[in-house]
Design a protein around this ligand. Structure first.
Ligand SMILES: Nc1ncnc2c1ncn2[C@@H]1O[C@H](COP(=O)(O)OP(=O)(O)OP(=O)(O)O)[C@@H](O)[C@H]1O
Length: 282
């Protein structure tokens, strides 16, 4: 396994606060890794350390063989794509002119620009000024800007927060395409459906600590219980533990015409997060 990102016992102190308390994880080449956690848990701080925007207070950080001391080299910066709150476009320029600037900076072919615009469904809007685009359109153009130069690693800080479901789907489709081309992607999100749809591995972050990590499927498996959930026609639900002594209750439920749905407990990633941290993600 080729390791592209390594964080080992990384800590970050701000004036009166310990934002990261010893974070450790590795990300393999081509992997989509999701950092999941509530507001203030340290997601953005982690991304900023990996992109060279912040210095770690302690610990080892390595990306593409660079240690954080060389994160400001041109070679390193060119190998990254970043989509964050700080990403911006020139509002008074058209989409075409904005992307032309970045295309020239990275010596990218115009055909690549056309391709990424097509991928996010915005090729018809190329001559519009950015100030006249919707929020979802701007976010898709920012994603185009982040991937134009075919970065080896793509960092996405909450790529779809507050976007409508259709825009979110088109961004997810684009990200899956980028992943299929071998790009390593690290994203932060509050959205468990997003994490389940995109990520090979997720890490749960809570108060600056990684509290569990694994594939969405393995985490859901690890935290499932032996309960049977029954939903009744009137909307009420009941949980019955799958034990021998509950056999007659379970059989009765099976033949009860009022029981409209009977299923094994299989928690969503959001429910797993709540079980582990006692907190909701939003
Ligand atoms: N520049 C800074 N100076 C002081 N404290 C900071 C700074 N940046 C972040 N923090 C603090 O570090 C903690 C983690 O912040 P961070 O932005 O990493 O959280 P987050 O998980 O990304 O939150 P959100 O989901 O709201 O963006 C917070 O308590 C925040 O107040």
């Amino acid at each position: 396994m080729e390791r592209v990102i390594i964080m080992e016992n990384v800590k970050k102190h701000f004036a009166n606060e310990e934002a990261l308390r010893g974070i450790t994880f590795e990300i393999a080449k081509g992997e989509v890794f999701g950092l999941l956690g509530p507001s203030g848990s340290g997601k953005t701080t982690t991304i900023k350390i990996l992109t060279g925007e912040l210095e770690p207070s302690e610990g080892r950080v390595e990306v593409l063989g660079h240690s954080h001391e060389t994160f400001n080299s041109t070679q390193y910066v060119k190998s990254l794509g970043i989509l964050s709150d700080n990403s911006s476009l020139y509002e008074r320029l058209t989409v075409k002119d904005n992307l032309a600037l970045f295309r020239k900076l990275y010596s990218t072919e115009q055909t690549k620009v056309n391709q990424v615009l097509k991928d996010v469904g915005l090729e018809e809007h190329i001559n519009k000024k950015v100030k006249d685009l919707s929020k979802g359109m701007k976010q898709r153009i920012l994603l185009c800007k982040a991937v134009l130069h075919e970065p080896e690693v793509l960092f996405l800080d909450e790529p779809t927060s507050a976007l409508d479901p259709v825009t979110t789907d088109s961004i997810h489709a684009m990200l899956l395409k980028i992943k299929s081309q071998g790009t390593t992607i690290m994203l932060t999100t509050h959205n468990m459906d997003e994490a389940t749809a995109l990520c090979d591995t997720v890490a749960f972050l809570n108060s600056g600590t990684v509290i569990d990590m694994g594939s969405p499927e393995s985490l859901r498996q690890a935290y499932k219980t032996n309960d049977i959930h029954i939903t009744y026609r009137n909307g009420t639900t009941r949980h019955i533990p799958r034990h021998k002594e509950n056999r007659s209750q379970l059989e009765n439920a099976l033949f009860d015409p009022e029981a409209v749905n009977i299923e094994s407990d299989y928690p969503t990633l959001g429910e797993v997060f709540k079980k582990v941290t006692g907190k909701e993600l939003v």
